[in-house]
Write a protein that binds this ligand. Sequence first.
Ligand SMILES: O=C(CO)[C@@H](O)[C@@H](O)COP(=O)(O)O
Length: 226
Amino acid sequence: MTAMTGRIGETVDRVRAEVAALHSHLTRWGLVTWTAGNVSARVPGADLLVIKPSGVAYDELTAATMVVCDLDGTLVAGDHAPSSDTAAHAYVYRHMDHVGGVVHTHSPYATAWAARGEPVPCALTAMADEFGGDIPVGPFALIGSDAIGRGIVQTLSGHRSPAVLMRQHGPFTIGTTAKDAVKAAVMCEDVSRTLHLATQLGPVARLDPADVDRLYERYQNVYGQR
Ligand SMILES: O=C(CO)[C@@H](O)[C@@H](O)COP(=O)(O)O
């Protein structure tokens, strides 16, 4: 591992361990095939991010294999090339100050909705809880520039959903923390699957917007251990 010194080095090492461990949720919840997914986290107190190395198998990911980039996506520390989605993650961090973590997968049901360019309709209380409405579709964009990141930010800015289905590509999720972004990716695939099954049986009705608001406020502010 390319060492970074001092207090920032300690912080980076902690974030590297956290990001490495979070990748195990992508395989545990069936969100990725081969290496087609990545998790990143913003480094607190620094214009840096930690992200997965490109194309490295999940069972080979360790804190030491995580790479550190600046918020332009340039490699700062690490012995591997950064994820091919680093530019998208970095763009989100530059333009959404509240975001501490970003996840991208090709999880099958969410990616099927992305293939069709259709938002996942908010027809379940679980969707109101986690997404506050539909899961929106973002524009088609080729990898390798700021285009994907711009599409994520344009779609999610002012939107309650932490997930966006990038058209004909797959879901990207954001969170206050990287763990929150991973949870959003897990829940995005879960509701995408359920709504897929439901729509196979016939039309589904969206929840009343007032009910969505009430469910979202409760889940975001009361649910769980506070
Ligand atoms: O979607 C793509 C490439 O089109 C990437 O997210 C996926 O292959 C994962 O790439 P990385 O292994 O993170 O570089």
